[in-house]
Design a protein around this ligand. Structure first.
Ligand code: TXA
Ligand code: MG
Length: 316
């Protein structure tokens, strides 16, 4: 089921086509000043699920949301004084801010991996800005490489890794910065979550304060955060053929009596897109025990099972 990946040119038509691909729920790689990003509409669960599928990511780590202005960014995140100072000083540019998610943001929970924070950045590449403006919405974009491979800094690198898996690549030549953005966590005291294209010293000078250092991956895997944001309140039992007494069934495929079925047709992209909504919904209903149908391990099944086994394991 390989797609024909279109190579779009740096032209008004290329920009319009890239925006149209995003608007239709497709995947389009776009150049930024750091690396090429694999873009999708950050409000569209199915489109965001396809990012993980195309990259063959074995787990759902949160993605950066790209926006063309501070004004647009404020619709999705809550900015405090430090956040606004950094945005004013360094945006557009290779700086990502992790901020409290704004209530009612409309972002897919797959973008934030169910967290209550969101990573936002305003890229400086003129083509990226043009596509963001033409599209007119938030674009989720991890680096446009298969999981575990080196980030792409030219359209040919993207083609080499993702051809046949995404709708389009907008060719903007070589990326100027060549390494990913610096990520600063601002949900508490400012912390350096990932060193990157903007030197930490410049950020410390702007804040007139030192940055604590913390690995982004360690941060989002910290048990406290996982317990409060990742796990449903209900107990989970995985690989269940049917619900036992006192359980409700979170189904997958052709099963009977599911309270919610992640994908009756057994489509793993559809199931990934539905996963976080389903867990939240069952929690909202006050469900105490969730039995989950077996989910195959191929494709997005690996990431879904990773997420489910964390939810099943984490109990304070
Ligand atoms: O330069 C870049 O930042 C590129 C271009 C395309 O913009 N994007 C990029 O995305 O490097 P990605 O998905 O490869 O890396 C995103 C990083 C991950 O390490 C993730 O853990 C972290 O951002 N992240 C995203 N949301 C987060 C959150 N709410 N809390 C903590 N870390 C977060
Ligand atoms: Mg990456």
């Amino acid at each position: 089921m390989a797609l024909k990946t279109a190579l779009l040119k740096d032209s008004p038509e290329g920009i319009a086509k890239a925006a149209a691909v995003l608007a239709s729920g497709g995947l389009c790689a776009i150049p930024t000043e750091t690396v090429y990003g694999l873009g999708a509409d950050a409000r569209n669960d199915q489109a965001v699920a396809r990012i993980f599928e195309a990259k063959a990511r074995p787990h759902f780590n949160p993605l950066i949301v790209h926006l063309p202005s501070l004004e647009a960014a404020e619709q999705f995140a809550v900015f405090n004084d430090a956040a606004r100072a950094l945005a004013n000083a360094f945006w557009p540019g290779p700086l990502t801010l992790v901020l409290p998610l704004r209530e009612g943001s409309g972002l897919s929970p797959l973008v934030t991996a169910g967290l209550e924070s969101v990573a936002i950045r305003m890229p400086a590449h003129p083509l990226a800005v043009s596509v963001l403006r033409a599209f007119g919405g938030p674009v989720a974009a991890p680096s446009a490489n298969p999981s575990g491979k080196i980030s792409p800094t030219r359209a040919e690198h993207v083609l080499g890794g993702l051809s046949g898996r995404i709708e389009a690549i907008l060719d903007g030549g070589a990326c100027g910065v060549g390494v990913e953005s610096t990520i600063i966590g601002l949900t508490g005291a400012p912390v350096l979550l990932r060193p990157g294209g903007l030197p930490a010293e410049a950020i410390e000078a702007c804040l007139a304060a030192p940055l604590a250092a913390q690995d982004a991956h360690a941060a989002i895997n910290a048990p406290g955060q996982l317990a409060s944001h990742y796990a449903p309140d209900a107990l989970m039992r995985l690989n269940a053929d049917a619900a036992q007494s006192g359980e409700v069934l979170l189904g997958f495929g052709a099963v009977e009596d599911a309270a919610i079925n992640l994908s009756p047709s057994g489509d793993l992209v559809e199931a990934a897109a539905a996963l976080f909504h389903a867990l939240r919904e069952l929690d909202a209903q006050g469900v105490r025990k969730i039995a989950v149908s077996p989910i195959p391990m191929h494709g997005l099944g690996a990431a879904i099972n990773d997420r489910l086994s964390r939810a099943a394991a984490e109990r304070p």
